[in-house]
Design a protein around this ligand. Structure first.
Ligand code: PAF
Length: 282
């Protein structure tokens, strides 16, 4: 497995691979890897000749300094895991490599900036778009892989790709869950064993809201009931619980059939968790 730390070196390598006609799959990560990342990598390996994984905890996407400071750092463990998993190349830049001047890029993703994650994490998507655009330019992959758990990030990145005409395909991989239903996330590593049990309630809430909607209950009623339940019985601090159209992420009413997503974000202690459930309603 190649370990590359500079953009110049990875660009040289990518050029050679592209000239040989091989396809490049790219999995951007912030490290602290778990089975969810490995499922992205497995899919990338199936669909490409050469797989590049980046590990970079991107400072510009953290709107909360404490969250950045506490983000788990497991580089040695991550590299062993990637090697075992047959990854061809890891791109491990330092901050100065990715942000080498004082310019600050600014994107506008319209309503996506003002709903759910956009509303609660101001500047977050600007930071994500900045780093992902830089990576796409440097790594120049044929396909890039993202998890469905970050459904709004996927929408933002698709919009970025369309706006900047990147010649690559975005592949969305279903959320990996523990047997309990808890969506896998690097942030779960900061939960205690007891909190991990409680955290499964988020997924159960999504299932219960979906079942309620499908049997004709009004979303607004379910939302009030479920938020109160999570906060009063389990100590969550819910930021949002929304029902949206899965393709646009716009709020919707369940009047007609289609594909929908129920999205939630909540704090458990000082750990912020997000999850979503996509479903089709007749
Ligand atoms: O989803 C993540 O881990 C990050 O937002 C990403 C896409 C690697 C950009 O830093």
């Amino acid at each position: 497995m190649l370990l590359i730390k500079t953009s110049a070196e990875i660009q040289k390598r990518v050029q050679t691979i592209r000239c040989s006609g091989d396809k490049i799959g790219f999995v951007p990560t912030m490290g602290a890897l778990h089975t969810g990342h490995l499922s992205l990598i497995d899919q990338a390996k199936k669909e490409n000749d050469f797989v590049i994984v980046s590990i970079f905890v991107n400072p510009t996407q953290f709107n909360n300094q404490l969250d950045f400071d506490n983000y788990p750092n497991k580089t040695k463990q991550d590299l062993d895991l990637l090697e075992e998993h047959g990854v061809d190349c890891v791109f491990l830049p330092i901050v100065q490599e990715m942000y080498n001047d004082d310019s600050v890029l600014s994107f506008d993703f319209g309503y996506l900036e003002n709903i759910m994650e956009g509303a609660f994490r101001p500047g977050h998507f600007n930071g994500v778009a900045t780093i992902v655009a830089k990576f796409f330019n440097i790594v120049n992959p044929h396909k890039a892989y993202f998890g469905q758990k970050d459904i709004q990030q996927v929408a933002v990145i698709k919009s970025l790709v369309a706006a900047l005409s990147f010649q690559l395909e975005i592949i969305v991989v279903p959320t990996c869950r523990a047997l309990t239903g808890l969506a896998l996330s690097s942030r779960n590593q900061r939960l205690t064993a007891q909190e991990k049990k409680i955290a499964t309630m988020l997924y159960q809430t999504l299932v219960s809201v979906r079942d309620g909607i499908c049997s004709g209950d009004l979303f607004d009623n379910l939302k009030k009931k479920e938020i109160a339940f999570l906060e009063q019985n389990y100590g969550f601090r819910v930021e949002y619980l929304e029902l949206v159209e899965s393709s646009t992420l716009k709020n919707c009413e369940m009047k007609s059939g289609g594909e929908f997503a129920i999205c939630v974000a909540a704090y458990l202690g000082d750990v912020r968790l997000i999850d979503n459930l996509v479903f089709v309603s007749e």
